[in-house]
Design a protein around this ligand. Structure first.
Ligand code: ADP
Ligand code: 5GP
Length: 219
């Protein structure tokens, strides 16, 4: 867990954070998220539940927990979701389990959720949330990426393109905005944002006793 280091070389206790990636569909947040998880052992994915059908290549419990509509409704009713929203006619939500205790224990979580879920998480856990919006370099490139991904029908791609500008209009509800033009460069910016956010004073709960030690009368 990167963070401050005390004089004896041990890691200072730190509160975890919720690192949120949002973008119009096809801008590259899944690609960036997978890379971040592979690169950084200190952050784990918040795996959402969804009622949408599984895409080729997706794995239950890794990409999503795929559930029926009645099961999703029961989770909402039972207060099992931290946030939820309807996107492209399907329901998506974040299971509460693990996240709240995890941040207390210093674990960081990565979220791939839309602007509606981001607003809900911000309302509930404002000081733990880091909101990053990923923009495509152009609308033409967004269409090219959605088509090249090869996972959606022409009809689904048209629906995602039709929604893209409405989603982009929420860019100003985020702390950071990155343009995913060159993948390596964009990824490097995400790594920098995460590193800096981990060092925020308010997250380094171990600092108080550490600084108290530094302020003790000098012999
Ligand atoms: P999202 O999760 O935002 O819907 P994906 O991560 O699935 O988007 O990316 C959509 C497609 O674009 C994928 O085929 C992915 O490999 C490709 N892609 C992602 N980032 C870039 C990039 N910087 N340059 C070119 N292609 C990219
Ligand atoms: P996809 O179907 O392409 O995986 O995701 C469609 C949209 O749903 C994306 O914008 C994604 O960020 C969003 N999404 C995925 N999981 C959640 C979730 O748990 N909550 C919310 N609010 N949005 C989600």
């Amino acid at each position: 867990m990167p963070g401050g280091v005390s004089a004896d070389g041990t890691a200072l206790q730190r509160r975890g954070l919720l690192f949120i990636l949002s973008s119009p569909s096809g801008a590259g947040k899944t690609t960036l998220a997978r890379r971040l998880l592979a690169h950084d052992g200190g952050i784990r994915m918040s795996v959402s539940v969804t009622t949408r059908p599984m895409r080729p290549g997706e794995v239950e419990g890794v990409d999503y927990h795929f559930v029926t509509q009645p099961r999703f409704d029961a989770m909402v009713e039972g207060g099992e979701l931290l946030e939820w929203a309807q996107v492209f006619g399907h329901c998506y939500g974040t299971p509460k389990a693990h996240v709240k205790t995890g941040i207390h224990d210093g674990h960081d979580f990565l979220f791939d959720i839309d602007w509606q879920g981001t607003q809900q998480l911000y309302q509930k856990l404002e000081r733990d949330v880091v909101r990053v919006f990923v923009l495509p370099p152009s609308i033409a490139e967004l269409r090219r990426r959605l088509t090249a991904r090869g996972t959606d029908s022409a009809e689904t791609i048209a629906a995602r393109m039709a929604r893209a500008q409405a989603e982009i209009s929420h860019w100003d509800g985020y702390d950071y905005v990155v343009v995913n033009d060159d993948l390596d460069a964009c990824f490097a910016r995400l790594v920098q944002i995460l590193a800096a956010e981990r060092l925020r004073r308010a997250r380094q709960v171990g600092l108080i006793s550490f600084v108290r030690g530094l302020m003790a009368p000098i012999a």
